[in-house]
Design a protein around this ligand. Sequence first.
Ligand SMILES: C[S@@+](CC[C@H](N)C(=O)[O-])C[C@H]1O[C@@H](n2cnc3c(N)ncnc32)[C@H](O)[C@@H]1O
Length: 353
Amino acid sequence: MGRIMQVLRGGTLALESTNRPKVRAAEEIPSCSLGFKKQVQTFWQGSPCDSWFTEEAPGTAAFYQTLDEHRYTVHPSLHKAVCFEKTRGLRVLEIGCGCGSEAERFARAGAHYTAVDLTNAAVSITQRRFQLAGLKGRFVQGDAENLPFGDDSFDLVYSHGVLHHTPDTARTIREVHRVLGPGGRAKIMLYYRDSFNYQVNLRVVRRLRAQMLRTQAGLKVAKMIWHEPEEELKRHAELIKQDPGSYLDMQNMLNRNTDGPDNPLSQVFSRESAAEMFHQFQNVKTEVMFWNPNWLPGVGKLLPHAIEEKLASRWGWHLWIHAQKRNLEFTAQWTTAQTKGLETRVLAEALAN
Ligand SMILES: C[S@@+](CC[C@H](N)C(=O)[O-])C[C@H]1O[C@@H](n2cnc3c(N)ncnc32)[C@H](O)[C@@H]1O
């Protein structure tokens, strides 16, 4: 029987039946993961991504415009990485649409665009953007670990800064593979473990800053150095006072110092661990991008653009993975060999040659 998925129509959630072969039922997902996922959902429901960068009223044209201006100033390489102009006529799925900046660009480029996000907030704010712009799209509230779409439904799956926030990232990559058609492409951005932000800023600088935030004077100095909103710094200070040991634990440093002090989960990936997750794909390429001048307080903003670019490509925070699902012939051989019990990695190597 078809499963149930939630679809936003006219800003309200409706239930729709879909056929979803090969998808694990929710009750098969470990319950600890479900509880954690609920925390992730509650966090992002309360603060749709990027919305904090504008003071315009949510859902107004000015809101989307200011948000996009900020986004593409901070991420100047994003257009080049995505190549919107090559998506005309393609069935594009975006996982974790946030406030819909790329969504609008895909739709304007002529793609058949679908958004899926864990939260109603992101889905409805993206849908509102489309209504204002007179664009067509499909908007679905759902979970990347259990995508509410049938096999071979899309030509491109795009996801920017999303899949490292869900407990089972490897499972989401298997889901991306499943919903892509043969030859379909994935463009996924995950946080990079071998980055300046993780290895230096979070491991060392932010830990020292945590000590600073324990006093009022330190809090004022931190505000001058990092130019972060006072409320946010105060929240960090509160969490440090509550349980300093737990705050300084590296997983918590990562959670609390990437997407806000109450962010329940962030993860980092090396090029190798990402490649491992994409082993079912072919033409897997990784590239590193995004440098934040605030990581070098005082001098960061003085660096010439060319140096910033160099730093971004080696020590940047965003690990992009570009990959392609193999064609049908390969998939058939793969399935046959798998049923014969051959080991996956040996099999991949044999079939690639
Ligand atoms: C950091 S925001 C990124 C949004 C957007 N892609 C961007 O770059 O601005 C993370 C988004 O991922 C969504 N998300 C987190 N876990 C998810 C999951 N398991 N399935 C679908 N969406 C998820 C959140 O609801 C949130 O909208």
